[in-house]
Design a protein around this ligand. Sequence first.
Ligand code: MSP
Length: 648
Amino acid sequence: MSNQNQTYITTPIYYVNDVAHIGHAYTTIIADTLARYSRMVGKDTYFLTGTDEHGQKIEESAKIRGKETQAYADEISATFKNLWDEFGISYDKFIRTTDSDHKKGVQKAFSKMFANGDVYKDRYKGHYCISCETFFPKTQLVDDEFCPECGKVTTVVEEESYFFRLSNYQDKLLKHYEDNPDAILPKSKRNEVIRFIEGGLNDLSITRTSFDWGVKLPDDMNDEKHVMYVWLDALMNYLTALGYGDDEKLIKFHPASIHLIGKDILRFHAIYWPAFLMSLDLPLPKHIGAHGWWTRNGEKMSKSKGNVINPREVADAYGLDNFRYFMLREVPFGGDGDFSQKALIDRINSDLGNDLGNLLNRLIGMSGKYFGGVVDSSNISKYFQDELDSVESSFKLLEPLLDELQIHRYLEELWRPLGVANKAIDYSQPWNLMKNGEEEKAMALNGLIANILAKVSIMLYPVMPQTSTKIASALNFEINNSSWQKLIIDNNLLDVFKLEKIAPLFPRIEEELLATKDIPKAEKKKKEVKKEESSKDEGIALITIDKFFETSLKLGTVIKAEEVKKSKKLLLLQVDIGEDEPRQVVAGIKEWYGVDDLLNTQVCVVANLKPAKLMGMKSEGMLLAVKDSSGLSLIRPESPKENGSSIG
Ligand code: MSP
């Protein structure tokens, strides 16, 4: 089991129903930063990421796209892995829940929980949100049927199920969180978890029978129709990646030093996961770090709004390290953050360009002009002891901030020495020193700046590995455990060296570089006012184009059609409009269209109508049609177009 000198860091494993967005990149970059730091300070480090590939949501996503589920999972999983590889994410293992070793480990855990009496068979009746892969008691639903987390309509499930005795762990979990106040970071989130546990824990359904894309029960259970609940399967990845159930040589890393997650999946990690581990008689994670959500110009990101940010595009346009710095500096860990290109550009031009890049340029300029590029640290303390002391005290604050995941504070503190160096140039006026024959002091000043830059680059390395490596190469040293030991821990200075010239690190950015421009708040407001005005027009309603576009018209394909029994008019349709799940539409067109006229054909859907109920069935859209004395015709495209394309 793990010891002080070992670090085990995990990200959530990402669902393969969609490609990565900046939320996924954020967690992964934080994890990468912690892993790089841990390795640099000499700890034996294991960093795990991967993909979560089972469950009803994935099965349905594949079906909608007409793909075989495993092939679909392979395809999307590879897009995650490729992105992390392109981003230089330093993971040690990329796990997939469809890996056979993983499945074996999940089965082993199930058997153990069953053998110790924590698992029993019963019937489950209740609501299930496929999108969140979560069971909800009726009391938690919105309007008796909508998911309290994502707002989508839930499905009623009634099936035989194995249950995990979560209720048995209520007191033990409470005690754990009382004894370990920093088990959940930020600490403010701990109360939320405690309140939830105190509210009472119901036993948890941990198998499903109504679909089969999941890990089967162990053979000796002789119960073939069950597959594991996707969250039991997924959480177990943290153990199976270490060999649980197979080759257990890495199990030494358990328990995790930190599971990094988003706040929406805290309950699974802070309640289910520790309870499973207690049942397996294994130690609990040391920390769970729950970060907030990224929005875009103040709005939730979603495919239907078309405002999802592709991390690769941001990194390509603005530079990967700059993107990393922005994400980690901009938002306090645990808080929500807003992505705007303006904020990103400000950080690049100001913090990175002015404070850091210019300092290096000034150093290269001065030392080239006055000393042929040579830097000597010998006399720094003679002239700049106060500055050295202040820099030393800033560096002492850093590690504890990282331990508490206060990464934005870590970066803020790391910028203080840069301020010290920039100020020292301003008040020492090196050009006057040289004029007045104070060459020794001018060299000491260059030494001060070079040493500050060297120390900052070491501690910045985990966040901005490429940039820090470039700074270090200009200063003629390498960032590794021994330079960290020498310059940070022992607080020593660089030996005499010759500066290498490098190209400016942060060329100024004058305008937004991504095609999807930010809409400035003032402009947004103007648009909203215009919309309101247009609705006040009297007589035949003339509307503005904005008003027209308030109606979301989407093209979709009917993937399932059935007659509504006892109704002369209604058909029940499932229409794929390019979203994660098909839309259910109850359409009054049975007089003119049969099931076969519709199946696999394209239709136009009003996609932002408030859901309504027709004969007890939920309808989440309306089909466009035209009717005259000869009957009704659906409006359809002249030639097939991609599902989800906007009409207008
Ligand atoms: N598969 C589960 C996790 C299982 S871990 C044993 C899952 N996957 S997910 O792909 O839906 O989400 C992965 C992570 O992305 C979550 O931590 C979630 O919080 C995060 N984010 C999704 N959207 C986000 C933002 N807009 N902003 C920040 N993070 C967000 O849940």
